[in-house]
Design a protein around this ligand. Structure first.
Ligand code: GLN
Length: 217
């Protein structure tokens, strides 16, 4: 499903005969959670957001998406929806072949192993993630952390956040919460245990959009 962002005029001629979109088109899984804030943040960061609600939205052929964001919300609810609508395998295939950015519940969906309680996940990000690791709703917090993205500290909004307990050797940490990885990258996968879409700082989304552009060639 396409949003009403100004998408239509962003086609430019590339050097060859093919027409290439000037802006990368990035899907936002729009089953539940704060997908609208991600769509707005992606638009601000120079991408064309496109809501993903059906299996058809995940197709990998033709005029498809260049990447995807899995938003925060409730990972269990998203998981059930994906399984019920035959989207789990398609999403897995999509995230294996295109850049994907999971935030909070989205990071849980990407993980290799989920605890508290154990739950099925896509198993693509080599990380062990504990859900609701800081308590329930009252344990939401806004913190600032050093980031390898640039010298300015990063504002991080945590809401019933998971904690990344372990990461594999191929996973790079880009920001931390109390010594635990809070923003990580593994190839073209990016995951945050916080909600960058709820801050006005667009560095994290810009970073992902740049990754998508690079992967698109
Ligand atoms: N607690 C949620 C879960 O386990 C994640 C919270 C969030 O995405 N803000 O899925």
């Amino acid at each position: 499903m396409r949003l009403g962002w100004e998408c239509q005029n962003h086609f430019v001629k590339s050097s060859g005969p093919t027409i290439k979109r000037a802006l990368p088109r990035i899907g936002v899984l729009a089953i539940q959670g704060d997908y609208a804030a991600h769509a707005a943040a992606l638009a601000e960061a120079g991408a064309e957001p496109s809501l993903v609600k059906t299996l058809d939205d995940l197709r990998l052929d033709g005029e498809s998406l260049d990447g995807i964001v899995l938003p925060g919300g409730e990972s269990t609810t998203m998981l059930k929806f994906l399984e019920r609508h035959g989207m789990f395998e398609a999403l897995s295939e999509f995230c294996r072949t295109r850049p994907a950015f999971g935030t909070c519940a989205g990071a849980i969906l990407l993980a290799r192993e989920v605890r508290n309680p154990p739950q099925r996940a896509l198993g693509l990000l080599d990380a062990v993630v504990e859900r609701n690791a800081y308590g329930r709703q009252i344990d939401s917090a806004i913190l600032h952390s050093e980031t390898t993205l640039d010298p300015e500290p990063l504002e991080m909004v945590f809401i019933r956040a998971p904690r990344i307990l372990e990461i594999g050797p191929g996973v790079e940490t880009l920001a931390w919460r109390e010594g635990s990885p809070a923003l990580v990258r593994q190839g073209t996968l990016l995951a945050a245990t916080f909600h960058p879409e709820l801050s006005s700082d667009r560095r994290v989304h810009r970073f992902f959009v740049a990754e998508v552009m690079a992967a698109r060639g």
